[in-house]
Design a protein around this ligand. Structure first.
Ligand SMILES: NC(=O)c1ccc[n+]([C@@H]2O[C@H](COP(=O)([O-])OP(=O)(O)OC[C@H]3O[C@@H](n4cnc5c(N)ncnc54)[C@H](OP(=O)(O)O)[C@@H]3O)[C@@H](O)[C@H]2O)c1
Length: 306
């Protein structure tokens, strides 16, 4: 199995690339826009060059973990983010398919409006924000690829990363500094440890799974409860986490859905197991630190991550 992971510096892409480098029978190319470690250069917005790279690598599957996932930035700059999240993503998907590769794309729980939870794959999406609309546009285009595309909706990704942006790393840093957190107590999602995703996503590729699947941690959390779980896992003061209703918090650029927790039963049935929930993910994340951090620190010049 020859696989290209596009966006292998990202939170999810790095985790997949790490896992699959060691997977028997797999040969993996990871990409980055900048020269970094063992990664190959690829910018999705340079469509011609990206297509030429795919043609040279001749992958069986192209896994697109690259995107501009900053929800507020998508809201405030829909044009430039749409060029990455929709146009360049679909150009790359077309190039992959033209070369005979299957495409795996990651969408989001933010395609739903949050009016209720436990969303299933056939529930109607109705995004509240531009990021969700961009994800949905790609989902709809890839539906036309039939057996050549798999769309995985993921949620609340966390883990070690080269640019520490995910909620767990930011909460840990703030709590360690004694700063109070006020996460919304009425936004519910399914935190998912990226280190748990490599095996299931690889298995889905090997099974030639296609279409749309939800793949998120099995434990729904309100964001304040998740903040307290993070505090407890890292031995920090959970009393600093003070949940508030979304309506009472200063709003960012983009509206957020309240209940975006995903029901991932369909993927669990295909895989024979559900993705472990956030509590198990935090424990595994701590255990993974020694193996993961040296490479990430080297990429970052030694001064971020943990
Ligand atoms: N994080 C979450 O909680 C979450 C939740 C639901 C869905 N998702 C989706 O899951 C996927 C992975 O998210 P993530 O959090 O891992 O993202 P991330 O950490 O922000 O990583 C984004 C990656 O995209 C790459 N990239 C950006 N623009 C590119 C371009 N023009 N060409 C090539 N590469 C480009 C970046 O590479 P450089 O190093 O070159 O900048 C980076 O590797 C995304 O599709 C996201 O929308 C994420």
């Amino acid at each position: 199995m020859r696989v290209v992971v596009v966006g292998a510096t990202g939170l999810l892409g790095h985790a997949l690339w790490r896992d699959w480098r060691a997977r028997p029978g797999w040969s993996v190319v990871g990409t980055s826009r900048a020269a970094r470690g063992d990664l190959e250069r690829l910018d999705m917005q340079d469509a011609a060059r990206a297509a030429a790279s795919l043609a040279a690598w001749r992958p069986d599957a192209v896994v697109i973990a690259a995107s501009e996932p900053n929800v507020d930035f998508c809201e405030s700059d829909p044009d430039s983010t749409r060029r990455v999240n929709v146009d360049a993503t679909l150009d790359l998907a077309q190039a992959a398919r033209a070369g005979g590769a299957r495409v795996v794309f990651f969408s989001s729980d933010y395609v739903f409006d949050g009016s209720r939870g436990a969303w299933r794959e056939d529930d109607p999406p109705a995004p509240l924000n531009e990021y969700g609309r961009q994800k949905l546009a790609v989902e709809r285009a890839l539906a036309g690829f039939g057996p050549d595309a798999l769309v995985l909706r993921v949620s609340g990704l966390f883990g070690w990363e080269f640019k520490p942006r995910n909620f767990v790393l930011r909460a840990r840093e703030n709590l360690a500094a004694g700063r109070r957190l006020t996460p919304p107590d009425d936004q519910v999602y399914c935190p998912s440890y990226v280190g748990f995703l490599g095996g299931p996503v690889a298995a889905l590729i090997e099974k030639r799974a296609a279409g749309l699947l939800h793949l998120a941690g099995a434990e729904p959390f309100a964001r304040d409860a998740w903040g307290r779980a993070v505090a407890r896992a890292f031995g920090l003061d959970a009393g600093l986490v003070d949940g508030r209703p979304t309506a009472s918090l200063p709003s960012g650029a983009a509206p957020r859905p309240l209940r975006s927790d995903l029901d991932s039963r369909r993927a669990a049935e295909l895989l024979g197991a559900a993705l472990p929930g956030g509590t198990a993910g935090l424990e595994r994340m701590k255990a993974d630190a020694a193996a993961w951090l040296p490479e990430l620190k080297a990429w970052a010049g030694g001064d971020v991550v943990a």
